[in-house]
Write a protein of this length. Structure first.
Length: 106
């Protein structure tokens, strides 16, 4: 941390935190206003490093749970895709026919 005012903010920093910093004028003032160690304020404003603690995240205008990248859902195997694409009535008929076969064979 330096004593120089921050002029370039990280794009990951919340707009509300940037506005509060610009209004109060220093990281120490934000620290007192939000009740969070100035290291967390500075790291978020300059580098975009988010704290892991729920309380600190809340105080710095971040969502309580960090956003995680979501991967695309893998496609179903061909036989399952076929089954789920059938109408419900047709699936019920197939199940009843198989159930009847099992009873007849028993």
């Amino acid at each position: 941390m330096t004593n120089k005012p921050i002029t370039t903010f990280c794009p990951l920093a919340p707009e509300r935190l940037i506005a509060l910093y610009q209004k109060l004028g220093s990281v120490r003032a934000v620290e007192k206003a939000r009740g969070v160690n100035r290291k967390f304020v500075y790291n978020l404003l300059v580098y975009g490093i988010e704290p892991a603690s729920k309380d600190k995240r809340k105080a710095l205008f971040l969502p309580v749970h960090p956003k995680r990248p979501r991967s695309a859902r893998p496609s179903l195997p061909a036989f399952k895709e076929w089954w789920w694409n059938l109408p419900k009535a047709r699936r019920d008929q197939i199940i009843q026919a198989e159930f009847k076969k099992e009873i007849d064979n028993a």
